[in-house]
Design a protein around this ligand. Structure first.
Ligand code: HEC
Length: 135
């Protein structure tokens, strides 16, 4: 009789531990919102129709000085970073612009053809040196 009671108690313990393990495993990785330290804003509601607002892609090209070669700069110097990298420099000496464009080609792998590279250097020298920069 005593052995039976002990067996029942052991079995009850084993079931409780098993249930605890199964429950912990089910809850693994789940955190209720109030358990998270950081409260996040609710995500924006998704549109339920097919109306979308579109507009022109914002390409910051207008700030470059107009002139021969500007289009090449817009095409080739816009691939890895904004052309603002040019306008945010202080007016640089002509030789520095040449080194700068060569650095983009050689060190950073811009791979711009020789003709276009020359055009771009000329453009930068004609518009962005201490003597030529107007804006
Ligand atoms: C292949 C990618 C690539 C292309 C194309 C490219 N650049 Fe860069 N440029 C870079 C990287 C990388 C940096 C350094 C970025 C940084 O420090 O945040 C950089 C930085 C610059 C800077 C800031 C000064 C400096 O030396 O770090 C200027 C000015 C610049 N580029 C001008 C140009 C011009 C002009 C062209 C077009 C001839 C051009 N870039 C095309 C990758 C490129």
């Amino acid at each position: 009789m005593k052995n039976k009671a002990v067996a029942i108690i052991v079995a009850a313990f084993a079931m409780a531990i098993t249930a605890g393990i199964v429950y912990a495993d089910l809850k693994k990785g789940y955190y209720a919102p109030d358990q998270l330290g950081v409260q996040q804003a609710a995500p924006a509601a998704l549109s339920t129709d097919s109306d979308y607002q579109v507009s022109a892609y914002a390409v910051p090209t207008l700030e470059l000085a107009p002139g021969d070669g500007r289009q090449d700069v817009q095409i080739y110097c816009n691939i890895c970073h904004s052309p603002r990298y040019i306008t945010m420099q202080p007016p640089l000496p002509a030789a520095t612009w040449e080194e700068e464009v060569n650095k983009m080609n050689k060190a950073y792998g811009a791979g711009i053809s020789e003709d276009t590279t020359r055009k771009i250097i000329a453009y930068l020298q004609n518009h962005y040196t201490p003597e030529t920069r107007k804006q």
